[in-house]
Write a protein that binds this ligand. Structure first.
Ligand SMILES: [Zn+2]
Length: 257
């Protein structure tokens, strides 16, 4: 039977952990690396419901996109760290290990950004080595139609956009997760002649800068932009004939009004 360490090495073969960004905490995070793996659960986020699902399905290893522990923590107590305490305490009691495949998979070939670009019909031309991809559509379309396509492909009714509905869209940038927090990205895309950025968590000032710069934004939810992670990791495990479950309990926290 494979150990947690064995699975970690297989995952590193797909997306080396040293590719991760400086602020990140990808990799083995919780548990006993020498434990024999009885079952694997794939998810985007380790929530209490995902831990319960792992227990119910006999999984003692959770491979998530987002790290459970992201930055240095000084406490892990039920009052101050409510959800994290619920997750980590249950994982340790139940002997469940956790590995996260985060920015190493946002960056790597065939990772979240490549996958999202592919889903949207973007022929990737640049962005290798970054948590971003830029490329062109086969045929130009309008912003309104492109935003509707993003909504439908990601099954995310909350998708909204910045820019004139009839604006022509050909050159597209995608940045999965919270790519809408820095105006610098908008300036760079403007300089590169990008028509639209598909991302999540767009700050108000970034939306205003983008409108002024003439770079459209299609904003999806963080969850929807990265849920492809379970398929990506699943495919990497398939190559080694390793069984897994994709979480069926996790869901987008946002709903359309
Ligand atoms: Zn993310």
């Amino acid at each position: 039977m494979r150990t947690v360490k064995d699975i970690e090495e297989i995952l590193a073969g797909f997306a080396p952990f040293d590719m991760q960004m400086s602020f990140d905490n990808s990799g083995f995070c919780i548990g006993d690396e020498s434990a024999a793996v009885t079952g694997i659960m794939l998810c985007e986020d380790v929530t209490p419901s995902v831990v319960d699902e792992a227990v119910a399905k006999g999984c003692n290893l959770i491979i998530s996109h987002h790290p459970v522990i992201f930055c240095g923590i000084k406490t892990l107590c039920s009052a101050k760290d409510r959800m994290r305490y619920a997750v980590v305490s249950k994982m340790i009691k139940r002997g469940i290990a956790q590995i996260s495949m985060h920015t190493n998979v946002d960056i790597c070939a065939g990772g979240t950004n490549d996958t999202l670009a592919g889903m949207l019909g973007v022929n990737v031309a640049s962005g290798e080595g970054e948590a971003l991809r830029i490329g062109a559509l086969d045929k130009p379309t309008t912003l309104e139609k492109f935003a509707a396509k993003v909504r439908d492909i990601l099954s995310d009714e909350t998708v909204r956009y910045v820019g004139a509905p009839g604006r022509e869209i050909r050159k597209v940038a995608v940045s999965t997760g919270a790519g809408g927090r820095e105006s610098e990205l908008i300036y760079r895309l403007q300089d590169e002649g990008v028509d639209v950025l598909v991302t999540a968590e767009v700050k108000h000032n970034v939306a205003l800068e983008a409108r002024y710069a003439g770079v459209a934004i299609v904003e999806t939810t963080h969850y929807s932009s990265e849920r492809c992670i379970v398929d990506i990791i699943g495919a990497a495990l398939d190559k080694h004939n390793i069984d897994y479950h994709k979480s069926e309990t996790e869901e987008n926290p946002y709903r359309r009004a």
